[in-house]
Design a protein around this ligand. Structure first.
Ligand code: GLN
Length: 309
């Protein structure tokens, strides 16, 4: 088996030199300022050993990667009743699409497209003040990322709130079917803020460890979720984590993964490693271009695809 540190170093060198960097998301104006010439990678194995390179300590906007953690929290709160509010089938449509909501009576296809994540956020919010719900989500990220300094980038949250017309449309449309329980502004406020959490690759890979190890943090032995739940969250990441690019990601990388328009991807090599990669330039589906290329290299060289070596 090749040496992980060497593989990570070589991938970081290759990515730093590549001219094809994708396009930085600009529909959230604050994200348009991010320098596309950045790349970071952090891999944490089952013994807690970190192999990292490039800009792995730089904070970036985790955006839709937060949806993995809000799904985990919502399942912890109401269990399988969550599946009355959101489905778990791949959508084959862009992350912000509205088309399937009409046919499916306002129930989003899965928890990782925007409509689904807004419905999940609404579940976390019910019975709480928005401030409490957001505090709950942030503390969960700080706990999993083992870093109390993890925070929300208020500028990004405000920028998205000012321009998030599509998300507002999705939320109001779901509300018309009764899928959203709380005032739409409250639900969207919490959603925009959890998308605006800023983390580094190292913090994110730390936070994802429970998914790679049957729901347990292998260093502390602390159980975050049951093994069954971790397995199922991974299944949804594999089938839905990259929107209409999920098939291509499975084909090329072969790991459960969740992307965000900030250019991050959290990927899980079950039983082996938690991986976070970040490069701000995106492909047409809104997934990090070099992030995907780097993960393809990593799984190929380490033989980590869940589909075989
Ligand atoms: N906050 C972003 C949005 O709602 C998240 C999208 C994403 O990362 N794919 O548009």
């Amino acid at each position: 088996m090749p040496d992980l540190d060497t593989v990570v170093r070589e991938i970081c060198e290759e990515m730093a030199a590549r001219p094809d960097r994708g396009t930085v998301a600009d529909y959230i104006p604050e994200l348009a300022h991010v320098d596309p010439n950045q790349f970071g990678l952090a891999v944490i194995d089952g013994d807690g050993r970190v192999s990292a390179g490039g800009d792995s300590e730089t904070l970036f906007s985790i955006q839709s990667i937060s949806k993995v953690f809000t799904l985990t929290l919502a399942l912890g709160m109401i269990g399988d009743r969550l599946w009355r509010r959101v489905g778990r089938e791949p959508s084959g449509n862009p992350f912000n699409s509205i088309v399937q909501l009409e046919r499916e009576r306002g129930v989003p296809r899965n928890p990782f497209i925007n409509a689904g994540a807004i419905a999940v956020t609404d579940v976390i919010l019910s019975g709480h003040e928005p401030r409490e719900a957001l505090g709950e989500i942030l503390r969960f990220m700080q706990f999993l990322g083992k870093d109390p300094s993890i925070a929300i980038d208020e500028k990004v949250a405000a920028s998205e709130r000012r321009t998030g017309f599509r998300n507002s449309a999705l939320a109001y449309y779901m509300k018309s079917f009764g899928v959203i329980e709380n005032p739409v502004d409250y639900t969207l406020g919490v959603y925009f803020h959890h998308c605006a959490i800023a983390m580094s690759c190292r913090q994110l890979a730390t936070a994802g460890q429970f998914l790679a190890h049957n729901g347990l943090n292998p260093q502390t032995g602390f159980s975050v979720v049951s093994a069954e739940r971790a397995r199922r969250i991974n299944a949804i990441m594999l089938t839905c984590g990259h929107y209409d690019g999920s098939g291509e990601f499975a084909y090329r990388v072969g790991l459960p993964g969740k992307s965000g328009v900030g250019g991050g991807i959290l990927a899980v090599a079950p039983g082996r490693a938690s991986i976070a990669v970040w490069s701000p330039g995106l492909d047409e589906a809104g997934n990090s271009h070099l992030g995907r290329v780097a993960l393809e290299r990593l799984t190929q060289r380490m033989g980590w695809s869940v589909f075989g070596v």
